[in-house]
Ligand binder design. Structure first.
Ligand SMILES: [Zn+2]
Ligand SMILES: [Zn+2]
Length: 131
């Protein structure tokens, strides 16, 4: 019985690990900075029975380990990005499109050494301006 418990624990852990990797691959394959619900919809194609709370948990684990970045947008859900090199973002507040701005150089006199920075520009994208 104990053995069975230990084995099932391992299976659970391996399953979690597989899902984590699937989620990471999925994020690395796209550049549209999906939110958690979109990630959930996408991963369901490969893992049909995965719950939204599991997706949130896995996203948090990937962020904690520095494998993905979380972009907090204030007026919407957080977005996720597998590109972890320093770059800024432009967000269209009309359609929610989030695009990369690279490279961004900030010249300022900092009282120390910078490890990461957050830059989020908000506005209206070309497509929405034409509407
Ligand atoms: Zn737009
Ligand atoms: Zn990005």
């Amino acid at each position: 019985m104990e053995k069975l418990k230990a084995a099932s624990k391992n299976i659970l852990r391996r399953r979690d690990c597989d899902r984590l990797l699937i989620l990471l691959e999925l994020l690395r394959a796209r550049h549209d900075h999906p939110d958690a619900q979109t990630c959930h919809r996408l991963i369901q194609k490969e893992v049909p029975n995965i719950g939204l709370s599991t997706v949130y948990r896995h996203l948090a684990a990937l962020v904690d380990n520095g494998l993905i970045n979380e972009i907090k947008t204030d007026d919407g859900p957080a977005r996720y990005d597998a590109a972890v090199q320093s770059h800024g973002h432009f967000m269209c507040t009309a359609c929610g499109r989030l695009t990369d701005l690279m490279p961004i150089t900030v010249k300022a006199d900092y009282p120390g050494q910078i490890r990461s920075f957050v830059f989020l520009a908000k506005g209206t994208c070309h497509a929405c301006l034409k509407k």
